[in-house]
Design a protein around this ligand. Structure first.
Ligand SMILES: Nc1ncnc2c1ncn2[C@@H]1O[C@H](COP(=O)(O)OP(=O)(O)OP(=O)(O)O)[C@@H](O)[C@H]1O
Ligand SMILES: [Mg+2]
Length: 348
C-alpha cells in the first residue's frame, strides 16, 4: 500500500534520512518508533508531501506520488500540536477541508455531525471555540478533522503526547477502534515504546534516520535484532562476563561467550535461596530496596558491589521481599539476548 523506496531527505548539509526503504500493508497500523531527532516526523512529512526527498520514491498503491502535491495524495495527517485554527469553532475546524473541497452545505453538515459522534464530541461542543476545549477534546477535533475527509491513509505524529496518562490510554483505545472501523492504513509516530507496543500491527525502530528493525511488537521485544533495539525497548540488565560464561556452560545453553549480553528485567526471577533453579543460573544477593508499583514490584538487589534491578509481577503464589532479605536471582539461558556490538551497520 505505502512504499518508501530508498528515500533520502536532507536539510542543507544534514542528512535526516540517509536511505529509507519501508513497506506498509493495506489496513495496517504501522508505527515509527525511535528517540528524539531520529527522523520520525521527517519520514511522515515526506510521505505527506511537506518535505521533498533528495532521492528515492514514494509509492501509494504502486503509484509514484513523489511529485504529487500534498493535497492530492489522499493522506490525512494529525500533528502533535493539533494545529487547529484557534479563531474558528470546532465545527468550522472539522468542516475546513470539506469547504476547501467545495462540498455542498448539507453534505458538510451531515459529515461533520457523523464524524463528531464517532470521536465522541457532542453537538454542543461543535459550536464552542477550540480554546474552550480540553487537550483531549482538542485532540479529538484534530482527529475528526483528518477523518472527515475519508483519507485512505492517516498519518499521526505523536498525537497523544500532550495528554495526561489516563486520557492518553483512553484515546489510544479510541484511536485504534476508529482505525479498525474505517480500515484506514495508518502510520503512527511515537517515542513511547509502550504506546507503540500496545497499538501497532508492526513497528519500525529507527535510530539516526536508519531502520534498526521492522517487526511485530512481540518480535521487536522478544527478538530484538540489534543492541540498540534491545536497550531502547523495555528495561534490560547487562550481564557481566562471568555470568555469561557460567550461562554458556549450562546444559543445552544457547549462550555464547564474548558477546554483549542482556536480559529483560522482568525475565529475571527472584526467589528465596536454596530453591531448585530450574536450569537457571542462580546468583545470591541481598534486597536493598523494594518499590511497590501495584501490579509489579521493582527490587534493587545487591550482588557484591553491583546493584541489579529486578521487576517482579504481582503474584498470588510468590512471596514478596523486603530490604535485607537474602534472595537468589535467576537467569534462564534462553532469555539471554546477545549482540556483537552496537553499530551503524544495521540495515532494513
Ligand atoms: N526543517 C528542518 N531543517 C533542518 N533540520 C531539520 C528540519 N526538520 C528536521 N530536522 C532535523 O532532522 C532530524 C530529524 O528530525 P525529526 O523532526 O524528523 O525527528 P523526530 O524523530 O520526529 O524527533 P522528535 O521525537 O523529537 O519529534 C533532527 O536532527 C532535526 O534537527
Ligand atoms: Mg517528531
Amino acid at each position: 500500500m505505502i512504499t518508501f523506496e530508498n528515500v533520502t531527505v536532507r536539510f542543507g548539509d544534514f542528512t535526516a534520512l540517509p536511505d529509507l526503504s519501508l513497506h506498509v500493508e493495506e489496513g495496517e497500523f504501522f508505527t515509527l518508533l525511535g528517540p528524539s531527532g531520529c527522523g520520525k516526523s521527517t519520514a511522515l512529512r515526506t510521505l505527506a508531501g511537506f518535505n521533498d526527498p533528495a532521492s528515492g520514491r514514494l509509492l501509494v498503491d504502486g503509484r509514484d506520488v513523489t511529485a504529487l502535491p500534498s493535497d492530492r495524495r489522499g493522506i490525512g495527517m494529525v500533528f502533535q500540536n493539533y494545529a487547529l485554527f484557534p479563531s474558528m469553532s470546532v465545527r468550522e475546524n472539522i468542516a475546513f477541508g470539506l469547504k476547501v473541497a467545495k462540498r455542498p452545505k448539507d453534505e458538510v453538515h451531515e459529515r461533520v455531525h457523523e464524524i463528531a459522534e464517532q470521536v465522541a464530541l457532542t453537538p454542543a461542543q461543535l459550536d464552542k471555540g477550540v480554546a474552550e476545549l480540553s487537550g483531549g477534546q482538542q485532540q479529538r477535533v484534530a482527529i475528526a478533522r483528518a477523518l472527515v475527509l475519508r483519507p485512505r491513509i492517516l498519518l499521526l505524529d505523536e498525537p497523544l503526547s500532550n495528554l495526561d496518562a489516563k486520557l492518553r490510554n483512553q484515546l489510544r483505545v479510541q484511536l485504534k477502534e476508529l482505525q479498525q472501523q474505517f480500515g484506514i492504513t495508518s502510520i503512527y509516530v511515537t517515542h513511547d515504546q509502550d504506546e507503540a507496543m500496545s497499538m501497532s500491527d508492526r513497528i519500525a525502530v529507527l535510530d539516526h534516520g536508519r531502520i534498526e528493525q521492522v517487526g511485530t511488537p512481540r518480535e521487536v521485544y522478544e527478538r530484538s535484532a540489534t543492541e540498540f533495539v534491545c536497550t531502547f525497548i523495555g528495561s534490560v540488565h547487562r550481564l557481566g562476563e562471568q555470568a555469561v560464561s557460567r550461562l554458556s556452560q549450562l546444559p543445552g545453553s544457547p549462550v555464547a561467550e564474548g558477546l554483549r549480553s542482556y536480559v529483560r528485567v522482568e525475565r529475571l526471577t527472584l526467589r528465596e535461596r536454596h530453591r531448585p533453579n530450574d536450569g537457571r543460573l542462580v546468583v545470591d544477593g541481598v534486597v536493598d530496596r523494594a518499590d511497590y508499583h501495584g501490579y509489579f514490584t521493582q527490587y534493587a538487589v545487591r550482588l557484591g558491589d553491583r546493584s541489579v534491578s529486578v521487576r517482579v509481577p504481582w503474584s498470588a503464589t510468590e512471596s514478596a521481599f523486603a530490604a535485607g532479605d537474602e534472595v537468589a536471582i535467576g537467569v534462564a539461558p534462553e532469555d539471554v539476548l546477545q549482540y556483537e556490538r552496537s553499530g551503524p551497520e544495521a540495515g532494513a
